[in-house]
Design a protein. Structure first.
Length: 331
């Protein structure tokens, strides 16, 4: 396997850790236990070395204790779901099992809760989240989450066929599979805003979110690369570039770092023009202020993502045959 080093990445602001971390950690550990999402000691060890609690505290340094706890539990749930496919050498290669797995999760969002630890825990998250979010927010978040669910089906088909997508095809898929559209919706809870549809529909704000998503996807692809190479997982910008450009792993990693810097610059450029564009579009002053608060948190979460990526054991402690997996779709 080629060796490589992670290039220096562009960080817009210093990372900051939310001071409510400890309380959110305790509450999330209890919540995972309540719904049976860490049924073995190996599973608990894997969650602890991943440190999703610290990830959320880095991503949302200004969130209240209640908001941080809710977002941490959402992130913990998303990681547990992700492991069921990315780390499972059987389920992750069987597209015919997609509907069997995701049907109960789709049903939760339609108001029906069936057996299964992932379904029951999702129902709890959804119930508590809808209690504090507007109908408009819920209408945006739901398709973002469903888009993420559907990305597994496309990925399973690619993996079954052994195909490596082209870069543009990969990037289109990556936005869905990264789940960051849904995560940015959740970050709004931590920012303390509930943004109207007409702000999300404005091209400059939509472009800003897209740049944030891809900047952070590049970070994730670089830091998760060693683990994904060990598992022969082809859905990574570095391996896609190496495959199609026939370059070294290091050269491909450098190209991804350049992509990350470009997305950060796009965020900074849009930040300069965003207030004027929103005001000229007729958005109220308080909406413009909320949008700029989000931009500040976008900078913070990008820096925080890098800080967490450097410290997590999720990508450093690689198991060729994961011992921490348990079928969480079962009761």
């Amino acid at each position: 396997m080629d060796t490589f080093r992670i290039p220096d990445l562009r960080i817009p602001v210093p990372a900051a850790l939310n001071p409510e971390l400890r309380e959110a950690t305790v509450a999330t550990e209890a919540w995972l236990d309540e719904f049976g999402l860490v049924p073995t000691e190996e599973a608990r060890r894997h969650v602890q070395r991943t440190r999703v609690d610290r990830l959320t505290a880095w991503l949302c340094p200004n969130a209240s204790r209640e908001a941080l706890t809710l977002i941490t539990q959402w992130n913990a749930w998303l990681f547990q779901l992700d492991d069921q496919f990315d780390d499972d050498p059987v389920r992750g290669y069987q597209p015919e099992r997609w509907r069997e797995a995701f049907g109960p999760l789709f049903a939760v969002l339609d108001g029906t809760v069936t057996d299964g630890r992932l379904a029951r825990s999702l129902a709890d998250l959804w119930h508590r989240t809808t209690a504090v979010r507007s109908p408009a927010w819920q209408r945006r978040f739901t398709p973002h989450l469903l888009w993420y669910f559907d990305s597994y089906r496309a990925e399973m088909i690619h993996r079954e066929e052994g195909r490596v997508p082209g870069l543009q095809q990969y990037l289109a898929h990556r936005r869905a599979s990264f789940a960051f559209d849904a995560v940015l919706d959740l970050v709004e809870i931590g920012t303390g805003v509930d943004l109207p549809d007409h702000l999300h529909a404005h091209p400059s704000f939509a472009d800003m979110r897209e740049a944030v998503i891809y900047a952070n996807a590049c970070i994730n692809d670089l830091y998760s690369l060693r683990k994904e190479l060990a598992h022969d997982y082809a859905f990574n910008a570095v391996t896609v570039i190496r495959h199609h450009h026939r370059c070294s792993l290091q050269e491909a990693a450098e190209r991804v770092a350049v992509m990350q810097a470009g997305h950060v610059q796009r965020i900074l450029d849009l930040e300069q023009v965003l207030p004027g564009r929103l005001t000229r579009a007729g958005l109220a002053d308080d909406v413009v202020e909320d949008a700029l608060r989000c931009v500040g948190d976008f900078h913070a979460l990008t820096a925080g993502n890098i800080a967490w990526s450097k410290e997590t054991g999720r990508y450093a402690d690689i198991e060729a045959e994961p011992t921490y997996l348990t079928d969480l779709f079962t009761p």
